[in-house]
Design a protein around this ligand. Structure first.
Ligand SMILES: [Zn+2]
Length: 294
């Protein structure tokens, strides 16, 4: 049967290519796989990398760099943020920050400006007549990721492993919810894109020692099992093209994001994905067929 013009993109934050190979996380590796370079993005910040993947170019070069992204994410607090910067420079006020988080005024969600949103392959495909579903994509339409980002930063300051494990469990539950919604979307949409902040949050919280390594390994296996169950199996049955992407890997020596991200596909690609700049063209080529005139 000829493959229809349907595509599922599964975004797993920080999924490390080398670990996936080393641990033989075979379901996530699909038919073909590789790594791609993101190191020319000046600050390897998750929302900026996903934004750049969606647009096919570095959004920093178009004025959406780290500073601007943080500013925009503040919404109405932007005025205060600018004022604080003017008076105090880079000084941080943790009590005020905590208070703002508590009052749910600081959300840390990142959405690109409209002119960049229009450059994303999601909007282009929508213009071509595809029915597009996107859930919690950083830089595009995230709503809840910011809460996890803020909590992760708080937990980095706390020493308790149990707290960190409880948090990862909460993120796993949320991820299952997202996978569930995504699975349902496969029935009615042509292009489906979903995002989980795992395994990145586990990488940031389980750092040193054998126990941490085992917890990360378990997170990878957990992802493999659930991505397969909720997404891969149903998508293959419905004859979807499936891309799995990450935005960077993890440097386990320096505890920071690494320069190479992960991709895998169940179909051959029109050209190799060598950098984040190659993803958009590949996707647009893959779905050229429909091209519904408006
Ligand atoms: Zn990330």
């Amino acid at each position: 049967m000829e493959r229809e013009n349907k595509l599922l993109i599964i975004c797993l934050d920080g999924l490390d290519y080398y670990l996936t190979l080393k641990w033989k996380i075979s379901k996530l590796l699909q038919k073909i796989h590789g790594r791609f370079y993101v190191g020319d993005i000046r600050i390897l910040y998750t929302p900026l990398i996903w934004s750049s993947i969606l647009c096919g170019f570095s959004v920093e070069e178009k004025g959406y760099g780290y500073e601007e992204a943080v500013r925009r994410s503040m919404g109405t607090l932007r005025v205060l943020h600018d004022l604080k910067k003017k008076i105090f420079g880079e000084k941080r006020f943790w009590i005020i920050r905590r208070l703002l988080i508590f009052l749910r005024l600081l959300r840390a969600n990142f959405i690109m400006p409209t002119n960049l949103l229009r450059e994303t392959f999601l909007e282009i495909l929508e213009d071509r007549g595809y029915k597009v579903f996107a859930l919690e994509v950083p830089g595009y339409n995230e709503i809840n990721n910011g809460r996890f980002r803020l909590k992760m930063h708080e937990l980095i300051l706390s020493k308790k492993l149990e707290d960190r494990m409880a948090f990862i469990k909460e993120v796993k539950n949320d991820t299952i919810n997202r996978f569930n919604k995504t699975q349902q979307a496969l029935e009615t949409y042509d292009v489906v894109m979903c995002y989980s902040p795992l395994p990145d949050l586990a990488h940031h919280l389980f750092l040193k020692g054998i126990k941490s390594r085992i917890l990360i390994y378990k997170t990878y296996r957990w992802l493999e099992k659930n991505v397969d169950k909720y997404l891969l199996k149903p998508a293959y049955d419905l004859n979807f093209n499936v891309l799995i992407l990450s935005d960077h890997g993890f440097d386990m020596k320096n505890f920071t994001h690494s320069n190479y991200a992960f991709w895998s596909s169940n179909v051959e690609l029109s050209r190799p994905i060598k950098t984040y700049r190659d993803v958009k063209d590949n996707i647009l080529n893959m779905l050229r067929g429909k091209n519904v005139e408006k």
